[in-house]
Design a protein around this ligand. Structure first.
Ligand SMILES: NC(=O)c1ccc[n+]([C@@H]2O[C@H](COP(=O)([O-])OP(=O)(O)OC[C@H]3O[C@@H](n4cnc5c(N)ncnc54)[C@H](O)[C@@H]3O)[C@@H](O)[C@H]2O)c1
Length: 447
């Protein structure tokens, strides 16, 4: 492709390999989010429903000047895998097939599940790598055994290799439970340390990291829908780069944090101050049950807390944001199932310090919001793997759009503002296709 002139820089248009053949999607944890994604993809394939909420399926991208009226669908602009070419498999600690698990999750209506039943029943989980030390509220019965964590990793690698024989490309996504809060330690500092840790069963290696290690070792991109530490450590970043297996941050940005990263940038853009932000949630699905354990809640809390601090930049704006009281609560309340309710009370202040309040009550459906995010991450990671410019850089910061905890290069602060993230994502797509970036300057219209 020809070189393109972009804002004074010569940038080579990259030739992205086409999405030929089948894309295999290996899902860790076939619970509410995963089954809603899988059933949803099948429903869309059969023309039973529309892929609402999915940027890859419904989004357009503007190319060139506003006067050119050129806005193709993203999936027509970049070579994404077609939904008809997507093949699912996965692991879970329970033996339920995807139909049974979806019925148990009670996200989708029985009528639609009944239509999809013959297909969903064919997807049966492989035995999982699981240790209750990392998820206290679950008791797994369908699990792998081995003499140490290295053997378990080898078994996951064998699963990947077997699946690879049946498809053309593979991506892995963690839709499993939230693990206990963990911090990076010496075992995560390098690939060598990590591999020694696998051998001697180091407690610093959680189940999610065994899957991620297996994926990245096999050159398979890995997305993390939970706030678990998983790939957010030097060993995994190194492995990702070495094996051209893209990674991209963690924890699907769906409900309350999605709203936060829309509202907070608006307050900041208008220089309105914030003195307090109280966020509470009630939810009654299995995720809520797992998060009822204080150690798993801590992992989620850390992930949810980060966004405001970075968006408001209190060091730059001490008068507006220095003393924010930010509090987050998640309450397990079984009657509500997957239909989570989130409340936010935001204490803001304006001209001359006069106080005001904003209340947000989001009655959402957790997995309905998360399923398209999971699908998009899978399709975009597969695209990254086929893109020379992206495949070996490790972290795909342009996918932060989808995640509560974006991952970045060392020393860079994460960008949480949803609209900056959206612009970054679309400009990355323009860049890899050799198109001019859009800066929104627009002075040329007034020449
Ligand atoms: N739904 C949302 O809006 C949302 C948003 C952000 C993050 N998340 C995260 O996504 C994850 C999935 O959410 P969910 O609502 O589907 O939860 P869920 O409890 O319904 O599903 C999780 C599944 O993972 C399985 N599992 C746990 N550990 C495993 C292991 N080591 N190997 C294989 N399977 C394992 C569980 O048995 C369960 O079936 C959670 O961590 C949740 O915090 C969800």
């Amino acid at each position: 492709m020809a070189n393109m002139k972009q804002g004074g820089h010569e940038t080579a248009g990259q030739s992205v390999a086409p999405a030929n053949g089948k894309l295999g999607v290996m899902v860790v944890g076939l619970g509410a989010v995963a089954t809603t994604m899988i059933a949803g993809v099948e429903a869309v394939r059969r023309g039973l429903a529309k892929p609402i909420g999915s940027l890859t399926q419904m989004g357009t991208i503007r190319l060139g000047k506003r006067t050119e009226s050129k806005s193709p669908l993203i999936k027509d602009f970049v070579p994404l895998a077609d939904l008809n070419d997507v093949v699912f498999t996965g692991w879970d600690i329970f033996e339920d097939n995807v139909y049974e698990s979806a019925a148990h999750a009670e996200v989708l209506k029985p009528e639609i599940l009944a239509k999809l039943k013959p297909y969903l029943e064919t997807i049966k989980p492989m035995p999982a790598v699981f240790d209750q030390f990392y998820v206290k509220r679950l008791h797994g019965t369908h699990v792998k055994t081995g003499k140490n964590k290295r053997e378990l990793a080898e078994q996951v690698k064998a699963d990947i290799r077997a699946f690879k024989k049946t498809v053309d490309r593979v991506v892995m996504i963690w839709c499993g439970s939230t693990e206990i809060f963990m911090e990076p330690s010496a075992v995560h500092a390098s690939i060598e340390n990590f591999e020694k840790g696998l051998e001697c069963n180091d407690a610093g290696i959680a189940s999610s990291q065994i899957y991620a290690y297996a994926a990245l070792s096999e050159g398979v991109p890995f997305a993390n829908g939970a706030p678990n530490l998983t790939v957010d450590v030097p060993a995994m970043i190194e492995l990702s780069k070495r094996n051209a297996a893209p990674i991209c941050g963690k924890d699907f940005k769906t409900g309350q944090t999605f709203m936060k990263t829309v509202l907070a940038p608006a307050f900041k853009a208008r220089m309105l101050g914030v003195s307090g932000w109280f966020s509470t949630n009630i939810l009654g699905n299995r995720d809520g049950e797992v998060l009822d354990d204080p150690q798993s809640f801590k992992t989620k809390e850390e992930s949810k807390l980060g966004s405001l601090e970075y968006i408001f930049q209190p060091d730059l704006y001490p008068d507006l944001y220095k003393d924010i009281y930010h509090k987050i609560r998640i309450n397990y309340y079984p009657p509500r199932g997957d239909e989570k309710e989130a409340w936010d009370n935001i204490d803001i202040f304006g001209w001359l310090g006069y106080p005001m309040q904003l209340k947000v009550n989001f009655l959402c459906r957790d997995s309905i919001l998360a399923a398209p995010v999971a699908l998009d991450l899978v399709l975009f990671l597969d695209l990254a793997k086929r893109t020379p410019d992206l495949r070996s850089i490790g972290i795909q910061e342009w996918l932060s759009f989808y995640l509560k905890s974006p991952q970045t290069a060392e020393g860079l602060y994460p960008e949480h503002d949803l609209f900056i993230q959206s612009m970054k994502l679309k400009n990355t797509l323009r860049h890899i296709m050799g198109h001019e970036l859009i800066t929104h300057l627009g002075l040329e219209y007034y020449d």
